[in-house]
Design a protein around this ligand. Structure first.
Ligand code: ZN
Length: 594
């Protein structure tokens, strides 16, 4: 057996260094090749983790071995058949769920970003050495514990192969841990860094969400023997990354529920529950059921798929849907969250220029590398993909079927055995399930062509009404508001600073674009008044809608004057309302009682 042992020491929280030692006996006389991934599965961007490796050394019992670095992420070590030891340091100070972070409060370890792959190795062991300065620290990970390693302890863990190792992040610190069982599978809820979290409530509510997601697919994956919610709370942060039997989540310190306010449901906590729901759904949908292109992926370069609308978009549909179906949020709150998605997708002109399939394929260089022109160029495959799921659910429910039924058909056809999906697979399953070839064609168009989705039609199926109102600005995405003076269109994304209005992006075909305003401009005066939030509001409300507004701005330190010709704001903000006469339709969709 080509066995490799990793030893990872939490060396120095002040300098943020891990020390990694890799030991193995060579299984061939050829030079040993080692490499580190350029990206981590689930996050489709080249990150070049090897840039944080330092002080590489190779030796055996006779002394130093010769080696060379082949490129930014590969090393080659010459050997004499004796047991080999590789040593290096890893700089761990990336405040994200994708790499490594180590300070006096927490150690986050992503093996993809610190454990070099020894090419040809099979059985892997990871020994995690406890930091002497923090005797109270514990360890949470989905890696398989050695028989001699106690639950949540430093010590020895096992992985079957390298892909397994890098799919198991480790979270260390003063951990709060609560556990529950679902279908005889233990689920561990771990939190570090939060201030006085109500762990019992968090765990109970996650249990309801997990049960709802299990019901979408009809069963837990057969190889799931435990699941870990690894929650890392910081001052400011947000993110989640899915793994086969765990998820690493980043949230804010006070997002978790307050034990003194058991009935309080903050928006931040709802967002966190939605994130947990999303990542848990991925346990089936992208970790097991996944695109054919991601069955065997290369880790040294991009892996392209045009199906992220399906795996991220449909997951986004089912994340908040689970919250309302379990009663964790009200119908009103759910409709508000859904209407925000409607507004965002409708407002971005990108859907008239890029298809969902193209957005997925270009995720590496477009969605993950958004610049000031993204609203005009890049379709959000999470948001628009979730609305494709909504439209498909509506079409299926009109036939007495449901999207959940389709998900179960997919799970049975290619998910549970991990056979991979492509368009032909999906089309065949949808045709067999719905017996509706027009629907298959319609789905193809929603995904592969540009344009708007039939949202009004979908919403009627669920007993809802959709209306639109003018938006006050680009940040205004939900809620009923009445205006004394109808809002004016401006068409720029901006933020007020002490010295004026900083423009971060400009929508195409907008008054801002017509006036010649560009991203990066600092607008310092509006109609002869200093540009402040109040002056901007008053000018817009007091001036006749067809009267021009003079703006003074700095662009790259040059003072310029432009003329803005306002227009009535278009109705791009969605409002979803329940229709009492259609309550049965809503109840059927959301699976809730009257
Ligand atoms: Zn996701």
């Amino acid at each position: 057996m080509n066995q490799v042992r990793y030893q990872l020491s939490l060396l120095d929280p002040v300098s943020h260094y891990y020390q990694v030692r890799i030991e193995f006996t060579p299984w061939s006389s050829a030079p040993i090749e080692l490499q580190l991934p350029a990206w981590i599965p689930g996050s489709y961007m080249i990150r070049d983790f090897a840039r944080n490796l330092q002080r590489f050394k190779a030796s055996d019992s006779k002394g130093a071995l010769s080696w060379q670095q082949l490129d930014k992420q590969q090393w080659q070590v010459n050997h004499q058949g004796l047991p080999v030891r590789i040593e290096y340091l890893v700089y761990a100070f990336d405040l994200s769920v994708r790499a490594n972070y180590f300070n006096d409060e927490v150690a986050v370890i992503n093996p993809a970003a610190c454990c070099l792959e020894v090419i040809g190795a099979a059985q892997l062991e990871l020994e995690l050495i406890a930091p002497s300065a923090y005797p109270d620290w514990r360890v949470a990970t989905g890696l398989r514990r050695d028989a001699n390693t106690a639950f949540a302890s430093f010590g020895l863990y096992h992985a079957d192969h390298y892909q397994h190792l890098i799919d198991c992040p480790l979270l260390c610190g003063n951990l709060c841990i609560e556990s529950f069982m679902l279908d005889a599978v233990p689920h561990h809820v771990v939190v570090v860094g939060a201030y006085q979290p109500d762990m019992a409530r968090f765990s109970q509510e996650l249990q309801r969400i997990c049960a709802a997601q299990r019901d979408v697919f009809g069963e837990l994956p057969h190889d799931l023997s435990e699941y870990w919610f690894l929650t890392w709370a910081v001052d400011k942060g947000y993110g989640g990354l899915e793994h086969r039997n765990s998820t690493l989540l980043l949230c804010n310190r006070f997002d978790l529920p307050n034990p003194q306010a058991p009935s309080q449901q903050t928006d931040d906590y709802i967002t966190l529950l939605g994130l947990c729901s999303h990542e848990y759904f991925h346990t089936w949908w992208v970790k097991r059921a996944r695109p054919k292109a991601l069955l065997n992926y290369r880790l040294n370069a991009e892996q392209y798929t045009d199906q992220l609308w399906l795996y991220e978009g449909f997951t986004s549909y089912f994340d908040d849907y689970a919250l309302v179906r379990t009663g964790l949020i009200s119908v009103e709150k759910y409709l508000q969250l859904l209407s925000e998605t409607f507004s965002r997708v409708t407002r971005a002109s990108s859907q008239m220029h890029q298809s969902l399939a193209a957005s997925s394929l270009n995720a590496w260089t477009m969605y993950y590398k958004q610049d000031e022109n993204a609203q005009n160029a890049v379709v959000n495959y999470y948001a628009k993909g979730s609305l494709v799921a909504l439209c498909l659910d509506a079409r299926l429910q009109q036939q007495g079927l449901s999207l959940t039924g389709f998900m179960q058909a997919c799970w049975q056809a290619f998910g549970r055995e991990e056979l991979g999906s492509d368009w032909d697979t999906l089309a065949a399953i949808l045709l067999e399930y719905s017996q509706n070839s027009a629907l298959v064609q319609e789905l193809w168009q929603w995904v592969h062509q540009i344009g708007v989705l039939p949202l009004e039609h979908a919403i009627e199926t669920f007993g809802l009404s959709l209306s639109w109102r003018a938006a006050l600005n680009q940040q205004d995405v939900s809620g009923n508001k009445t205006f004394v003076v109808e809002p004016r269109a401006f068409g720029a994304w901006y933020e007020f600073k002490t010295d004026g209005m900083a423009v971060s992006a400009v929508a195409e075909q907008s008054p801002a674009k017509q006036a010649g305003i560009m991203a990066g401009d600092l607008i310092i005066a509006v109609d002869g008044l200093r540009m402040t939030e109040q002056n901007w509001r008053e000018v817009n409300q007091r001036k006749a809608c067809d009267a021009a507004i003079e703006l003074h701005l700095f662009r790259q330190q040059r003072l310029l004057t432009v003329t803005l010709q306002p227009a009535p704001a278009a109705s791009t903000l969605a409002i979803l309302t329940t229709n009492p006469a259609q309550a049965a339709l809503l109840q059927r969709w959301l699976g809730i009682g009257a």
